[in-house]
Design a protein around this ligand. Structure first.
Ligand code: HEM
Length: 155
């Protein structure tokens, strides 16, 4: 049983690495590098393609994180036995997942449609919303990792 639990934990943490690490790279490496491209058509087409590909991997990571997280809770006696840090992780994690779905199906969807229609002003405005919301999720993700690790001893 211990091997099953640790395998679930491995997939859980792998999902976190892909999702939170991906948001870090988007915000601190891809975005500033793309900002140097003067031509809006080139910049926005590139970013729409990069973010779209990342979103697909992030969706897979979100499903894996939620499924393995819940499986670990049930494997160790259910919610009653779960440490406060796990309850907090679940709460903030669900908030992050809601925000992820919002980004994917509201501003990012609008941005992609605007890029296809060559409406660069609308695409840029929606990209700015994506940027702000991804930054919020990056901060929440970092807080969640602190809750999962430091929180286990401190709470
Ligand atoms: C939303 C649903 C989630 C559930 C139900 C959940 C549940 C769990 C559980 C049960 C553990 C094992 C705790 C232990 O063995 O002490 C765990 C570990 C962990 N979780 Fe989550 N989690 C969720 C989301 C997240 C998110 C969104 C992140 C980060 C962004 C995250 C980061 C971690 C990390 C880093 C660990 C490893 C902690 C360690 O072993 O020191 N989790 N999670």
């Amino acid at each position: 049983m211990r091997i099953v639990y640790t395998a679930l934990l491995f997939v859980h943490v792998l999902g976190v690495v892909v999702w939170v690490g991906g948001m870090f790279v988007l915000h601190f490496a891809v975005r500033p590098a793309a900002a140097r491209l003067q031509e809006p058509a080139m910049r926005l087409t590139l970013l729409s393609s990069v973010i779209g590909r990342f979103m697909s991997w992030a969706a897979l990571a979100v499903v894996a994180i939620l499924a393995t997280g819940l499986a670990m809770i049930f494997a160790s006696g259910g919610f009653r036995n779960a440490h406060l840090s796990v309850h907090l992780m679940l709460a903030v994690g669900l908030l992050m997942m809601g925000l992820f779905l919002h980004i994917r199906f509201a501003p990012f969807k609008r941005m992609r449609a605007a890029v296809v229609g060559a409406d660069w002003a609308v695409a840029a405005a929606n990209l700015d919303s994506v940027r702000k919301l991804v930054l919020i999720n990056l901060v929440l993700g970092t807080v969640t990792i602190a809750i999962a690790t430091i929180g286990r001893a401190a709470l």
